[in-house]
Design a protein around this ligand. Structure first.
Ligand code: ADP
Length: 732
C-alpha cells in the first residue's frame, strides 16, 4: 500500500471512529428537535466514511463501483439533513413543498446512481487508475452527474444563506460563536466538493471528509452551546414568542439581545448589535417605571438586573403593552370621578335643601310659638300644638339629613368641651318623658352616682345618640318599659362612658341586626310601615360613636325587646361624684321643654334684626316680645348700615344669606365705620346654614355669636342675656 493511501485510510478510519464517538455521545443527550437530524447526519457521514475507507483498500473495479455507490447513501442526504438542521436552529419555516422537492431530488439522484449500470445517466464509464493515493476510479460523467453536483452546491449555498441572512440572526448569548460553527459546518464540505470537482485532489473524492468536518462543527455547536437543552430551548422559545418586548444589555448598556416583539417596537434593534447605541439603550432604561407611547399604544418599561452570584452583569428591559390596562384605569378614574361628583352633588343638594327648608321652618315654628302665647280656645291651642310637634319632628329629620350629608362627605365633626354628665341625662329625660307618658310606658332612668361630675367630650353628639336610641325605643315599644342606664369604667384619667337603652318592644329579627345600622335601612319594612323615620338615625349614631372613639352594639330578641348600648372614652375634668339624678322638677313641668326660656325684661334695650325675609323678621321680633325690648328691623344690609348710624343699638341680629349684601359683608361694613361703638356692638349671626365650622367662620368675620334657624327661643334668650349690657336687664 502506498504511503499516501495509508494516510488517507488512517484519516478516514479516524473519522469513522470520531463519528462513532459523536453518535454515542448524541444518543445520550436529552431529546430535542435537532437531535434526530444530527443523528441522521452522523449516520450519513459514517456510511460515507466507511465506504470511502473500504474503497481506498479495494482492489478490483466491481468492488470499487459497489463501494462508490454505497458512499452515495451518505453523500446524497448529508447536505439535505445539515440544511434542515440549520433551518430548525434558526426557526426558519420554508414551505413544505420546497423541502419535499429538495428531498425528492436527492432521492431521485440516489436512485439514479444506484441503477446507473443499467441506464448510464450518471456515469457513462468506469476505469481504475493507480495513483499515489491508491487506486482511483476514473468515471465518465453523464449530464445528470453535472446537474446533481450543481444541485449539491446549491443546497450548500442555501445552507450558508440561512447562516448569514440578517433576518434570521438571533442576538442571544453565544449566538455569534454558534453562527461561526454552523458556517464552518457549511463552508468546509462546500470547499471540499469544489476542490474535488475542480480536480485539485487528483480525482480523489474528498466529499466524505467534508461531511465529516461538517458533522464535527455541528456537534461542537450543539454540545458546547447546549442546543439540546430542552429547558433552555423552551425558555428561549418563550422569550422569542412573548408579546412583551425584552431587551438585554450588558452592565455598560451595550446592546446584547432583543426578542422579536422588542425588534418590532424598536426596528433599529432588528439588525442586531452595533445598530443601537449605548445612549439609546440608556434612554430606554431611564424611562423605567414610566409609560411611553409607541405606535398608538402605551407601553410600560420595567427593568431588572441580570446578576450572577457576584455582581450585576447586565440589565433586562421589559417593554409591556399596558394599553388595555391604561384604558381600563382611565375608565375607572372617570367612573370614580362621576361617582364622586354624583355623591358631591347629592351632599350639596341635601345641604342646600336642608338650608332651604330651615328658612320656612323658622317661620312655622316661630309663628306657632308666638301664636301659642296669645289667648286661644282650647281647640285652637290643640291644633297649633300639633303643628308645633310636627314641625319639631320635621326639624329632626332635616337635621338627620344634614348630618347624613356631612357623614357622606366626611365632614361630620366632633367638637369637644367640658360638660355636666348628669345634666345631659336630665336633658334627655326631659325631652322624652312626655312621649313615654303618652304611650303609657314605664321609664326607668339611672346614672351611676359615683360618676365623675364633669367630663370632656362632645355633649351635643352624646346627647344626640342617646336621644336617637331612646326615641327608637319609644317608637318601637307598645307596652312595658324603657330603661336608660348610664354607667362607667375608670381608666386612668378617662372614663369609659357606657350608655344602654333597653326596651320591651317589638325587637329585631336576627337577620336584620347588621342591616339596621346602614343608611336608609329599616328592618322589616312592612312591620314598621306606620312608624315614621328616615332610617338614618342608627347610621348617624354609629358614625358619631366611632368618631368619638367608641363602639355601638345591639342585642335583641324578636317580639321581646332590644338593647342598644355604646361606650365612648371621655376625659375626666372634675372627679367629684355627680350624685343621684334629680328628676322631680320634670314632674311639675311636663312637656314644657320648648317653652323654657330665660325670663327677663329689658325695656331700654335697643335691638336690630336684619333679615331680608319679612316673615323671619316678624318671627324674630315676635319671639323677643316677652323681653319687652325695643326691636327694630332692617330688610337689607344697606338699610342696617344706615340704621346703626342713626341709632345706637345694644345688640344686632344679622341674617347670613341676603340678596345684595350678605350678613358677613354688612358686618364688615359696620365694623369699618368710624367710632369705637361700631367695633364693639355685639352682632349675632342668624343662619339656616347649620354646617359645622360656620360658627368659627362667623367669629372670624367679626361677628360675636351664632343662632341657628329655626330659632330656638331658649337659645335666643340665652344669647340675649349673654350679650346685652347687664344694667339693661330687669326681672319680669
Ligand atoms: P328610623 O328609626 O328613623 O327608621 P334608625 O336608623 O334609627 O331609623 O333605625 C333603623 C331601624 O332599626 C328601624 O327602622 C327599626 O326597624 C330598627 N330599630 C331601631 N331601634 C329599634 C328598637 N328599639 N326596637 C326595634 N327595632 C328598632
Amino acid at each position: 500500500m502506498q504511503i499516501m493511501q495509508g494516510i488517507w485510510l488512517c484519516i478516514h478510519v479516524s473519522g469513522v471512529l470520531v463519528a462513532f464517538f459523536l453518535l454515542a455521545s448524541i444518543l445520550r443527550q436529552r431529546e430535542s428537535d435537532y437531535k434526530s437530524r444530527l443523528i441522521m447526519t452522523i449516520i450519513c457521514c459514517m456510511i460515507a466514511l466507511v465506504s470511502r475507507s473500504l474503497f481506498i483498500m479495494a482492489q478490483d473495479m466491481p468492488e470499487m463501483i459497489a463501494l462508490g455507490k454505497t458512499e452515495y447513501c451518505g453523500k446524497c442526504f448529508a447536505n439535505f439533513l445539515a440544511l434542515s438542521f440549520v433551518l430548525s436552529y434558526y426557526r426558519v419555516k420554508w414551505p413544505r413543498w420546497v423541502m419535499q422537492t429538495l428531498f425528492g431530488i436527492n432521492l431521485v439522484a440516489f436512485a439514479v446512481i444506484m441503477t446507473c449500470n443499467y441506464h448510464h445517466l450518471y456515469y457513462t464509464s468506469y476505469q481504475v487508475v493507480p495513483t499515489n493515493s491508491g487506486n482511483i476510479l476514473v468515471l465518465g460523467k453523464a449530464p445528470f452527474y453535472y446537474f446533481y453536483m450543481a444541485f449539491c452546491l446549491v443546497e450548500m449555498v442555501l445552507y450558508l444563506y440561512i447562516c448569514f441572512h440578517p433576518a434570521y440572526q438571533q442576538d442571544r448569548e453565544g449566538s455569534r460563536a454558534i453562527r461561526g460553527l454552523l458556517t464552518m459546518a457549511g463552508v468546509v464540505p462546500f470547499l471540499m466538493l469544489l476542490l474535488y470537482l475542480s480536480g485539485v485532489t487528483g480525482g480523489f473524492d474528498t466529499t466524505p471528509l467534508g461531511i465529516f468536518f461538517s458533522v464535527l462543527f455541528l456537534f461542537t455547536a450543539v454540545n458546547r452551546y447546549g442546543l439540546f437543552d430542552t429547558v433552555q430551548n423552551a425558555k428561549e422559545a418563550v422569550i422569542e414568542s412573548m408579546d412583551e418586548g425584552i431587551i438585554v444589555s450588558d452592565n455598560n448598556m451595550k446592546f446584547l439581545y432583543a426578542n422579536p416583539s422588542a425588534c418590532e417596537l424598536f426596528p433599529e434593534m432588528r439588525l442586531g448589535e452595533g445598530q443601537i447605541s449605548e445612549s439609546e439603550i440608556q434612554a430606554i432604561y431611564e424611562q423605567t417605571g414610566t409609560v411611553i407611547e409607541l405606535k398608538d399604544k402605551s407601553y410600560e418599561i420595567r427593568t431588572s438586573e441580570v446578576r450572577d452570584d457576584v455582581q450585576v452583569r447586565g440589565y433586562m428591559l421589559s417593554v409591556i403593552d399596558v394599553t388595555d390596562m391604561m384604558a381600563q384605569a382611565k375608565e375607572m378614574r372617570e367612573l370614580k370621578e362621576k361617582a364622586e361628583n354624583a355623591s358631591r352633588a347629592k351632599s350639596a343638594f341635601l345641604a342646600n335643601m336642608s338650608h332651604e327648608i330651615r328658612t320656612p321652618m323658622n317661620a312655622i315654628l316661630g309663628m306657632t310659638e308666638i301664636a301659642l302665647r296669645g289667648r286661644l280656645q282650647s281647640q285652637q291651642r290643640d291644633a297649633i300644638e300639633q303643628i308645633k310637634m310636627a314641625s319639631l319632628t320635621l326639624v329632626t329629620i332635616i337635621n338627620d339629613i344634614l348630618d347624613f350629608s356631612k357623614m357622606e362627605s366626611g365632614k361630620l365633626e366632633i367638637v369637644e368641651a367640658d360638660y355636666d354628665i348628669k345634666g345631659l341625662v336630665q336633658d334627655v329625660y326631659h325631652l322624652i318623658s312626655g312621649k313615654v307618658e303618652e304611650k303609657n310606658l314605664r321609664l326607668e332612668i339611672s346614672i351611676d352616682p359615683t360618676m365623675p361630675r364633669i367630663l370632656h367630650g362632645d355633649e351635643i353628639r352624646v346627647k344626640q345618640v342617646l336621644i336617637n336610641l331612646v326615641n327608637n325605643a319609644v317608637k318601637f315599644t307598645e307596652q312595658g318599659s324603657i330603661n336608660l342606664s348610664v354607667t362607667y369604667e375608670r381608666k386612668e384619667d378617662q372614663v369609659e362612658l357606657r350608655c344602654s337603652v333597653k326596651d320591651t318592644g317589638i325587637g329585631i329579627k336576627e337577620e336584620d341586626l347588621e342591616r339596621i345600622f346602614n343608611s336608609f335601612e329599616q328592618s322589616d319594612t312592612f312591620r314598621n310601615r306606620k312608624k315614621e323615620g328616615s332610617g338614618l338615625g342608627l347610621a348617624i349614631s354609629r358614625q358619631l360613636v366611632h368618631l368619638m372613639g367608641g363602639e355601638i352594639h345591639v342585642a335583641s330578641e324578636y317580639q321581646k325587646g332590644s338593647e342598644f348600648s355604646f361606650e365612648i372614652p371621655q376625659r375626666i375634668v372634675d372627679e367629684s361624684a355627680c350624685g343621684a339624678l334629680e328628676l322631680a322638677e320634670r314632674q311639675s313641668r311636663p312637656q314644657q321643654s320648648s317653652a323654657q326660656y330665660q325670663n327677663f325684661r329689658a325695656p331700654q334695650a335697643k335691638v336690630l334684626v336684619v333679615d331680608d325675609n319679612l316673615v323671619n323678621r316678624k318671627v324674630a321680633a315676635g319671639l323677643m316680645r316677652p323681653f319687652a325690648m325695643q326691636v327694630d328691623t332692617a330688610k337689607s344690609g344697606e338699610e342696617a348700615i344706615r340704621m346703626v348710624q342713626e341709632k345706637e343699638y345694644h345688640l344686632i341680629f344679622m341674617d347670613h344669606m341676603m340678596p345684595d349684601m350678605d350678613g358677613v359683608e354688612t358686618t364688615h361694613m359696620i365694623r369699618s365705620l368710624e367710632g369705637e361703638y361700631y367695633q364693639k356692638v355685639p352682632i349675632i349671626a342668624l343662619t339656616a346654614n347649620a354646617l359645622s365650622g360656620v360658627k368659627e367662620m362667623f367669629l372670624a368675620e367679626g361677628m360675636n355669636d351664632f343662632v341657628a334657624k329655626p330659632i330656638n327661643i331658649k337659645e335666643l334668650s340665652e344669647k340675649i342675656l349673654t350679650w346685652l349690657p347687664f344694667e339693661l336687664l330687669e326681672d319680669p
